[in-house]
Write a protein that binds this ligand. Structure first.
Ligand SMILES: Nc1ncnc2c1ncn2[C@@H]1O[C@H](COP(=O)(O)OP(=O)(O)OP(=O)(O)O)[C@@H](O)[C@H]1O
Length: 121
C-alpha cells in the first residue's frame, strides 16, 4: 500500500513538472476545463461525455509523453543531432494527430448545439 501511495506521489510530481514547465500542457488543461464547462452548459449526453473525457485523457497523456521524450532527448543529446531532432518532431506529430482528432470530435459534439443557440436567439 505504501509503495502504491509513493507511486501516486511520483505521478503527481510528474504532473506538477509538466504543468509548471510546459505552456502547451497548461493551455490543454485550460481547454479541457472549457470543454467540461460547455458539456455542463449544453447538458450533453452520456456518450458525448465519454468522447469528451476520452479526448481530454488522450491529449493530456500524449502531451505528458511528449514532455518526457523531449526531456530524455535533451538528456542523451544536449548538442545538435539530426536523429534527436527527428525524435522530437515525431513526438510532436503524435500530439498534433490527437489534437486534430479532438478538434473534430469537439466540433461534431458542440457545433450543432452552438448553432442552435444562435438560431434560437
Ligand atoms: N538536440 C537536437 N538536435 C536537433 N534538433 C533539435 C534538437 N533539439 C530540438 N531540435 C529541433 O527543434 C525543435 C524544437 O525543439 P524543442 O526542444 O524546443 O521543442 P519544443 O516542442 O519547442 O519544446 P518545449 O515544449 O520544451 O518548448 C524540435 O522539434 C527539433 O526539430
Amino acid at each position: 500500500m505504501k509503495k502504491f501511495i509513493l507511486s501516486v506521489g511520483y505521478a503527481l510530481k510528474g504532473l506538477g513538472y509538466a504543468f509548471t514547465t510546459q505552456l502547451n500542457f497548461r493551455i490543454q488543461v485550460s481547454i479541457a476545463l472549457i470543454a467540461i464547462a460547455m458539456g455542463c452548459y449544453f447538458n450533453i449526453s452520456t456518450s458525448e461525455w465519454h468522447w469528451i473525457t476520452l479526448c481530454i485523457a488522450i491529449v493530456l497523456m500524449m502531451e505528458l509523453f511528449n514532455t518526457g521524450i523531449e526531456a530524455l532527448v535533451d538528456l542523451v543529446s544536449p548538442g545538435y543531432n539530426k536523429l534527436a531532432g527527428h525524435v522530437k518532431d515525431i513526438s510532436a506529430a503524435a500530439v498534433l494527430i490527437v489534437a486534430i482528432f479532438t478538434l473534430v470530435t469537439g466540433l461534431i459534439i458542440f457545433l450543432p448545439k452552438i448553432l442552435l443557440l444562435f438560431h434560437a436567439a
